[in-house]
Design a protein around this ligand. Sequence first.
Ligand code: GLU
Length: 620
Amino acid sequence: MCGIVGMVNGHPVAADLVAALGRLEYRGYDSAGVALAGPGLPVHRILGRATDLVPVLEAESPQGHAGIGHTRWATHGRAELRNAHPHRHGGVAVVHNGIIENHDVLRRQLREKGHHFASDTDSEVIPHLMSEALAQGCSPVEALLETCRVLKGAYAIAAVTAAEPDRLLVARMGSPLVVARGQGVAATASDPAALAGMAHEYAALAEGEIAELTGEGIHFHPIRIQERRRGERRQQPRPVTVERRGQGRRAEQRSWQLIADPTAARADGRIFTHHTRREIAEQPEALAATDAALRGLALAPAVVACDRFTVIACGSSLFAGAVARDAIERAAGVTVDLEVASEYRDRSAPPRGVALLISQSGETADTIAAMARFRADGLPAIGMVNVRESAIGRAAEMVWPVTAGQEIGVAATKSFTSQLLALMRFGIALGEARGTGDAAYRVALAHALDAAPGICAEAEKSEPIARILAQRIAGEGEALFIGRGWGAALAQEGALKLKELSYLRAQGYPAGELKHGPIAVIREGSPVIVCTPGDAGQAKVLANASAVAARGARVVALTDASGAEAASGTAAETITLPGDALTAPFAQAVFMQLLAYHTALALGHDVDRPRNLAKSVTVE
Ligand code: GLU
């Protein structure tokens, strides 16, 4: 997690650094800070949001032409000022995203050499190690190379030094980082969108790579190749120029992409106070774009040959897999298992078939770790990512892309429904290629998916009803979501959305499971939201809903026109959403998003940046 930025320019960069950090706040917002290269190596840090840096910098007006910035999501050390990045020592200032797993050992070794530490973070060893290397005669870039060679774990690092006022250094191993360039500017960021309007194009920094950024350009160096031969004495300067000769080619081969501005106004001119609300409204476009990107995409032969798939994901991505599971199984006649990535990575059962990795950012650390198990057994993985240039996007044998556009709100909205559509289209494509599964169902599902963008637009009109229900839930302080089949998975997503945004205790359960324990929580007036589409399973889910109603719960049924009559016999309130039972997952997802959004507003929470959360979970 954490957001990193860095910039070298022909003029003072502090203001741009803070603006870019503001766009990275979705990655963490425990503290923020910037450091400017050159004499004095000024560092400014605050507890809180990046925007809170503005008055500090206004007072100081730092003039540095190269600088780094950070917005933190704490992993080691509390959210306190002394743990805020950048960390500075011995003429080096560093920001870090990730976890240095051997920081304890390194600290001990450094302490023995007389180093004192000012923070509890794992990150602080980095400037100390770099300063050791500088003291031994290394140049700054050599010092970073030396340092990276002893670090274990995941990191994206950006560093500036007092000695080099016009140079920025970056390194990457396991955490996302891009480099970017523009007219006289070179920059870096955890997410290219942070640099919109500041740099023109970006490219991913490769795993195990370092780059030097100056106003003249970007030079890349692999971390591992420059091993010193036994007995060789350190030279001044060390032979980085040897690496540079080959780097021009590496730089040219890189795929550079234009930086788009994610906050550009919507075409229909609507203005939203929150990114989350805008992203709920963007679902029709996100779904249509995802559909367009998938059209005509052929499945790899190894995928077509397989009849067993394992969805591996976390959070909303996992629930998207769970909602779409039955659609894929029915459309393609295959078996789909579901695995929580953070649990699956340490299982002993051998992986089988093809992995389907779902991750909005493509950088989810647990999902990447789970992918390694398939890798180790030579089994293929399909990456279903919203960011093509991501760790999973690059490593997977095949990408089945989600094209929802950048999602800034921390809670998944348009990426969730776009994943649903991509998964269901995958099921259709797989069934067609294999010649297995239910052909008539595939035709019906394809029509439903064609209609899904329009259904999302219609479902957004349920906002006034969602707002009223939200007031009630905010008053009750809790909610239970239930359903069967895909409805059980969507119930879990609905509960997750409510928890994330409103901080209320919310649970999502398979309706049939209530009687085995959870029904004990029902009291007079408990709000229970039932996903009850008008399909063959409706009678059973309504029977489960009756059981909670009989114990005093206030049942609210989410349904479609074909299920409304039956639902109203059981529910205290029936909310009829557009579409039919096949498009119902989309309509109900939109309603649940609006419900969570308005509950959070009713309780006065920061919708775009809920407490304790960060958008892409790049730590394990
Ligand atoms: N481990 C570092 C810290 O706690 C960086 C955390 C992160 O990347 O989320 O400060």
